[in-house]
Design a protein around this ligand. Sequence first.
Ligand code: NAD
Ligand code: TDX
Length: 332
Amino acid sequence: MRLLVTGGAGFIGANFTHSWANENPGDQITVVDSLTYAGSADTLAPLGEAVELVVGDITDAALVDELVAGADAVVHFAAETHVDNSLTGPSAFVQSNLVGTFTILEAVRRHGTRLHHISTDEVYGDLPLDAPDIRFTADTPYNPSSPYSATKAGSDMLVRAWVRSFRVAATLSNCSNNFGPYQHVEKFIPRQITNLLTGRRAKLYGAGANVRDWIHVEDHNAAVRAILAGGRIGQTYLIGADCERSNLAVLQTLLEIMGHDPDDFDHVADRAGHDLRYAIDSSALREELGWAPAHTDFPAALAATVDWYRANEAWWAPLKDAVEAGYTERGQ
Ligand code: NAD
Ligand code: TDX
């Protein structure tokens, strides 16, 4: 198998690349990544020559065409991914998420290459806090709230249209909030872990009642592998691990794991347009492809993630001060 992974120097794509390289040592794996602030060659360095990293932009049509021509399948993770950044600088989101996905689609169309497109539950907007029985399914109407989720929603629509109009052999997946190794310190869980590790206080937006549905990155990637192997072309699969928690509850679990008092945090300015609740019904994926999450003990998986950040300070420490300076400027 000749596999092209876009965004493979970022959090989820790098974890995917590590697992794939370990499980399929004979495969040719190429990562294309422009190494934005969110990508790092260091994350792939442990794989040595098992992976070729091409530093380039997915909006570069000539480069993408050449790389897709040499691949049997493309797994498309590359995107601008942080909601808060999309509120202050949406332009990069339009470029990478919309124009980038369009560029990938045109190349796989020309070469007849299998594509899996990675997306998010945020395309469905949010759910009320007081209706626990309602969850997102593949039939939920798209209703994105932020510039990030609007551009991801648009990218999903492009993929669906290219399947229908041009018979591109693509599948899609929309996953809930991931956590685990190599997640950028701008995101909620690694930000709090590294705040506590550097003597800062944890920071909760607003009252912390907003609910996210957490999944370990390895479980997300196991689902992606199952879809690549057995998913139906044109199908959208929702990936989630039935792990809804309020932000306050996640933070207090983390404070306990790290030996802090449960009220050892600051309430900071809320996010504009902050989605209330995400929740995924992944029964269709489980029934059709037999996938199930393995990391179902959330406190244990969180504790292992804390251990990873403790052991890998050299990976995240160079990023930390600049990220916190940006948050301070925004009152967060
Ligand atoms: P990330 O921000 O950690 O990594 C994104 C990677 O894409 C980085 O390495 C970056 O350099 C690269 N990239 C960005 N723009 C590029 C461009 N124009 N050309 C080439 N490379 C570019 O993101 P992540 O959390 O790993 O997310 C990966 C994918 O998963 C995204 O499509 C995201 O929407 C989706 N997703 C993320 C989550 C989550 O909880 N993190 C949940 C569901 C879906
Ligand atoms: O310091 C913080 N304090 C806080 O309370 C940060 C950074 C976040 N939050 C809140 C905002 C959200 O309700 O925590 C929750 C999670 O925040 P993020 O990590 O920014 O994730 P979210 O906005 O939910 O989006 C994530 O999941 C879906 C990813 O960043 C997206 O790329 C993915 O599509």
